[in-house]
Design a protein around this ligand. Structure first.
Ligand SMILES: Nc1ncnc2c1ncn2[C@@H]1O[C@H](COP(=O)(O)OP(=O)(O)O)[C@@H](O)[C@H]1O
Ligand SMILES: [Mg+2]
Length: 263
């Protein structure tokens, strides 16, 4: 059996910190010496933009070497991997055409498992310790593919009233997917974009703590402008500004993720 663990970052709420968390947890794992492959599953290209300048990302999105084409042609993803500027850290870029991926999947045989099949050789090669997949803010056939290809799901939640709203839908959907994705386990909820001065943060944490059977990560990520400056420079904050608060918080979260996964 492959020792590679695949973790996806999913929440149907946009702006909950999926892409930021996926890129920084991945980069922190790579800094810790783990071999990591990141897969950009969203047409917004945010994960790709976390590592490469806009011109490169758009060029890649318009070309043939991206996830959309691999899925359409049902090809082994090995040929779609690019190296990021950082050691131990590779990426499969996305395409704006991902907007029509649902349509693309519709006519295919065993359509929930296309990504899983395309990823199988990469997984079996044992080249990576972790494969991290950034999901779009939807709950459809494509996210079902992402979940079916994953061993674990991490749910980033924004510490806001609307961040909490919709979690029930997410869990209903996960319940359905788990009927066909037998290996899938919920790794836990990570709270992002926290303003500790606000009482709402405490209420969010209390509500999440009360949820049975769901692990709440101890490391949460506070609001930090260094994240935006890092994204503006096409770099994850754990590389862009190692001394920043959010870089330290993301490193702690990555450690917690690795510890939980290895249990
Ligand atoms: N801890 C943070 N501090 C400040 N801004 C953040 C933080 N985390 C995310 N953001 C910003 O919030 C927005 C949404 O985050 P993103 O990771 O793209 O969410 P999602 O992928 O769930 O849509 C982005 O513009 C990002 O720069
Ligand atoms: Mg995103």
């Amino acid at each position: 059996m492959s020792r590679t663990i695949t973790i996806c970052f999913t929440n149907n709420k946009g702006g909950s910190g999926k892409s930021t968390t996926c890129s920084n947890v991945g980069a922190a794992m790579a800094q810790a010496g783990k071999k990591v492959l990141l897969i950009d599953g969203d047409m917004q290209l945010n994960l790709s933009l976390s590592f490469f300048p806009e011109e490169w990302v758009l060029e890649q999105a318009a070309g043939e070497k991206n996830l959309y084409h691999a899925i359409g042609k049902q090809q082994d993803l090995t040929d779609y991997i690019v190296h990021t500027p950082y050691e131990n850290l590779d990426l499969i870029p996305s395409s704006t055409l991902m907007s029509s991926i649902e349509y693309e999947l519709f006519t295919k045989w065993q359509r929930e498992f296309i990504l899983k099949k395309c990823l199988q050789k990469v997984k079996d090669s044992g080249k990576y310790d972790y494969i991290l997949i950034d999901a779009p803010p939807t709950l459809g056939g494509w996210v079902m593919n992402i979940l079916c290809a994953s061993d674990r799901v991490l749910i980033p939640v924004e510490a806001s009233p609307w961040g909490m709203f919709g979690l029930a839908n997410m869990f209903d959907f996960l319940g359905e997917v788990r009927q066909i994705a037998e290996n899938l386990q919920v790794l836990g909820i990570a709270v992002t974009k926290v303003d500790t001065r606000k009482n709402y943060f405490k209420q969010t944490m209390e509500t999440l703590h009360e949820m049975e059977d769901i692990y709440l990560f101890e490391s949460y990520i506070r609001v930090d402008s260094a994240i935006e400056w890092a994204q503006d420079s096409s770099a994850p904050v754990v590389e862009f500004k190692k001394s920043s608060r959010s870089a330290k918080e993301y490193k702690a979260l990555a450690e917690e993720v690795m510890n939980r996964v290895s249990r």
